[in-house]
Design a protein. Structure first.
Length: 252
């Protein structure tokens, strides 16, 4: 059985391996939560899309303890880890690529914001419009979609895209040098070897949680187009370092 203390240890290890890909991860978290706070509501209703084990949701609640945060993911192992580590969070098991997933959220009114970090690139360009359309259907007018991710621009501005990658790579080198944290694969190998995760690992093998096959919508333009088609109005970048950016869209 996964205890709370063990889950917190695994969460610290998760956060560290994520920082290997995102040396400015905490800065991006801060910018995203700043935007939610700027809505001016002490108790916003927030949906965390592709929440993983809840790193972003937990930080948002630390800043805005009266918020209602609904954390959504398809991976039963990451949800199980998050529930053990952060019992104050509400987790919902749902595949964002499947229509009707918003019916599972238990909302009694429109949400103020939908947030995500390093998750929505797993969704194919073909599925983005439907997913963003579902988000728009439960956001209030003026509500925000905030997506922090590596989003590339080489389809439109290839020279700038190369510079964006160079800026990101140099920041990673400065932060970690020759001693990077363990990578994503090593973290998963370790989790799968821990008996405390045996049941969750077995469940994961038969669900959508195990179906990540690489970055399927890596282009900024793919996300912007899907957001426009889903009914969002103003769309732009609130924060950026290299190709790591915080994309914001306002519900029209």
């Amino acid at each position: 059985m996964l205890t709370h203390d063990a889950a917190l240890t695994w969460m610290a290890r998760w956060d560290r391996q994520q920082e290997g890909y995102l040396p400015d991860r905490e800065e991006r978290f801060t910018a995203l939560i700043d935007a939610v706070e700027a809505l001016g509501r002490p108790d916003p209703v927030v949906i965390d899309l592709g929440c993983g084990p809840g790193s972003l949701s937990a930080r948002l609640l630390d800043r805005l303890p009266e918020a209602r945060v609904i954390a959504v993911d398809a991976d039963p192992l990451l949800i199980g880890l998050g529930r053990a580590a952060y019992p104050q969070l509400t987790f919902v098991s749902a595949d964002l690529r499947t229509g009707g997933w918003t019916d599972l959220l238990g909302l009694d009114g429109p949400a103020d914001a939908a947030i995500s970090t390093t998750a929505l690139h797993w969704i194919s360009a073909a599925d983005l419009k439907g997913m963003y359309g579902e988000v728009a259907s439960v956001l209030r007018r003026g509500g925000l979609l905030l997506n922090g991710d590596h989003l590339d621009t080489d389809d439109a501005t290839p020279a700038l895209a190369r510079l964006e990658h160079a800026v990101h790579d140099r920041e990673t080198e400065r932060r970690f040098g020759a001693n990077p944290p363990e990578d994503w694969r090593a973290w998963w190998d370790a989790v799968q070897a821990d008996p405390a995760f045996a049941e969750l690992n077995e469940e994961r093998r038969t669900t959508a949680g195990a179906s990540h096959n690489g970055s399927e919508s890596r282009l900024l333009s793919e996300h912007v187009q899907a957001l426009r088609e889903a009914g969002f109005s103003e769309i732009g970048t609130l924060w950026q370092r290299g190709n790591n950016r915080l994309l914001c869209a306002v519900r029209g």
